[in-house]
Write a protein that binds this ligand. Structure first.
Ligand code: AMP
Length: 386
C-alpha cells in the first residue's frame, strides 16, 4: 500500500456544502494557510462568505462538480444529504475524504442501523418498512412506545414521529404512508451524549471529550462538557466512537450520538461523517478544534491534541432568539448581542445567515467556568439576555 498523500498548507481544500460547518472548517483551514473552495447549490452561503471561491450549482450537475473537484487537492463534505452518486463521480478526479461509501451508509437510517447491527454496535431495537410496506406490522414488531423515522434525509428530528400509545398509530400511518421508514424502540434515556472522533489516512485516532447534550424540540440546545455521567459511560462512548471510526474506515471526523439508558447502557443513535454541532465547544475549550482536526485528518497531517482546557457549555442560537415562532409573520428583532458580550467568558459565533427563521441555527455561544454546572448556569443566564 502506498503512503497516504499529505496536503500541506497552501493546498486547496474543497468543501461540498456551504453551511456553518463548512464556514467554520474554512475559517480553521484559512488560519492554517490553506485555500478553501466551497460547492453549494444556494448562493451566498455561510461558508462561501469566508472561502476563496464559492461555486453554486446543484450536486447533480456532474460537469460543475468535476470542474470543482479538479480545482481542489482534497475534497470533503459538511452536509449529510448530498446524494452519494455524484460523490462517486468525483472520486477519480481528486482525493475525497471521507470515502463516499461512508456517506452512503450513514445518510440512510436503514443502512446505518444495519451497519451498526452487523458490527455488533449497541443500538435501539428496530424494524425496517420498505416503501409501500406494512407499517402496522412494523409497529407491532417493535411494539409501542416507538419512534417512526423516514429512512432518508432526516436530521434534527425532521421526518420522525413518536408513537407513545395506540392513539398515535393513525397519525403515524397517515404521515408515513408509502414511505420507507425505520421504526425504533422508544428509549426512555437518562441522557444523551455524543463524541466527535477523528481518524487520519494512516489510521491515527483521537476522540474529543464526550459531550452531554440537551435537546429541545429535537434540536440541540446545550452541550455540556465534561458530560455529567459515570466514568464507565464516558469510556464506553469513547471506545465505541473509536471502534466505529476504524471499522467504517473513516478518514476525517465523525459525530457519534448516543442514548445513555437509566441502567447505564450506551446505545448508538446516529452517525454523522462530518463535524458535529455538539463539537462546537472544541473551538473555545480544546487545544485543537474539531474543524482544525478535520483539516489535519483529510490532509494526512498528525492529529492534534484533544485535551479539554476548561469545563464549557455551548448554547445554540436559533432564529427564535429574533422573537420568531414557527408560522408567524412578525418582523425579526435583533437579539441583544451587547448584553451577551458583556458577560465574562462568553464567546459568540454567528454564521452570517441573513434571514433568521424559527428553528434555524443562526450561531452559538460558549461559556467556560471552573465546573460544568457553573458553566451551565452562566449559559442559561446568557441565553436569557438574548
Ligand atoms: P435523531 O434525528 O434520530 O437524532 O433524533 C432526534 C432526537 O429525537 C434525539 O436526539 C432524541 O432526543 C429523540 N429520539 C430519537 N430517537 C429516539 C428513540 N428511539 N427513543 C427516544 N428518543 C429518541
Amino acid at each position: 500500500m502506498s503512503a497516504p498523500k499529505v496536503f500541506l498548507p497552501g493546498s486547496t481544500i474543497g468543501v461540498l456544502g456551504g453551511g456553518q460547518l463548512g464556514r467554520m472548517l474554512a475559517q480553521a483551514a484559512a488560519r492554517m494557510g490553506y485555500r478553501v473552495h466551497v460547492f453549494e447549490p444556494q448562493a451566498q452561503c455561510p461558508a462561501g462568505a469566508v472561502a476563496h471561491r464559492e461555486v453554486n450549482a446543484p450536486y447533480e450537475d456532474l460537469a460543475a462538480l468535476a470542474d470543482f473537484a479538479r480545482g481542489c487537492d482534497v475534497v470533503t463534505y459538511e452536509f449529510e444529504n448530498i446524494p452519494a452518486a455524484p460523490l462517486r463521480h468525483i472520486e477519480g478526479l481528486t482525493q475525497l475524504y471521507p470515502h463516499w461509501s461512508v456517506l452512503e451508509t450513514t445518510q440512510n437510517r436503514s443502512r446505518e442501523k444495519r451497519w451498526l447491527r452487523a458490527h455488533g454496535v449497541p443500538h435501539a431495537r428496530f424494524a425496517e418498512v420498505a416503501a409501500g410496506g406494512d407499517l402496522a406490522a412494523g409497529l407491532c414488531e417493535v411494539g409501542i412506545p416507538c419512534v417512526v423515522k423516514t429512512a432518508d434525509f432526516g436530521y434534527d428530528g425532521k421526518g420522525q414521529l413518536k408513537v407513545m400509545t395506540e392513539a398515535d398509530v393513525p397519525a403515524a400511518l397517515k404521515k408515513f404512508a408509502g414511505q420507507p421508514v425505520v421504526i425504533e424502540q422508544f428509549i426512555d434515556f437518562a441522557c444523551e451524549v455524543s463524541a466527535v472522533v477523528a481518524r487520519s489516512p494512516g489510521g491515527e485516532l483521537r476522540v474529543f471529550p464526550v459531550s452531554e447534550n440537551i435537546h429541545t424540540n429535537h434540536i440541540l440546545e446545550f452541550s455540556i462538557v465534561p458530560a455529567r455521567v459515570p466514568a464507565a459511560v464516558l469510556q464506553q462512548a469513547e471506545q465505541l466512537a473509536a471502534r466505529i471510526a476504524a471499522e467504517i474506515n473513516l478518514v476525517g471526523v465523525m459525530g457519534v450520538e448516543f442514548f445513555v439508558t437509566k441502567a447505564g447502557e450506551v446505545l448508538v443513535n446516529e452517525l454523522a461523517p462530518r463535524t458535529h454541532n455538539s463539537g462546537h465547544y472544541t473551538l473555545d475549550a480544546c487545544v485543537t478544534s474539531q474543524f482544525e482536526q478535520q483539516v489535519r485528518a483529510i490532509c494526512g497531517l498528525p492529529l492534534g491534541s484533544v485535551e479539554l482546557l476548561s469545563p464549557v457549555v455551548m448554547v445554540n442560537i436559533l432564529g427564535d432568539a429574533w422573537g420568531l415562532t414557527a408560522g408567524s409573520t412578525q418582523a425579526p428583532v435583533e437579539p441583544d448581542w451587547a448584553a451577551l458580550l458583556a458577560e465574562p467568558n462568553v464567546r459568540l459565533h454567528l454564521y452570517g445567515k441573513s434571514e433568521p427563521r424559527a428553528g434555524r441555527k443562526m450561531g452559538h455561544f460558549t461559556v467556560t467556568a471552573p465546573t460544568a454546572d457553573a458553566a451551565l448556569a452562566l449559559a442559561r443566564r446568557g441565553q436569557a439576555l438574548l
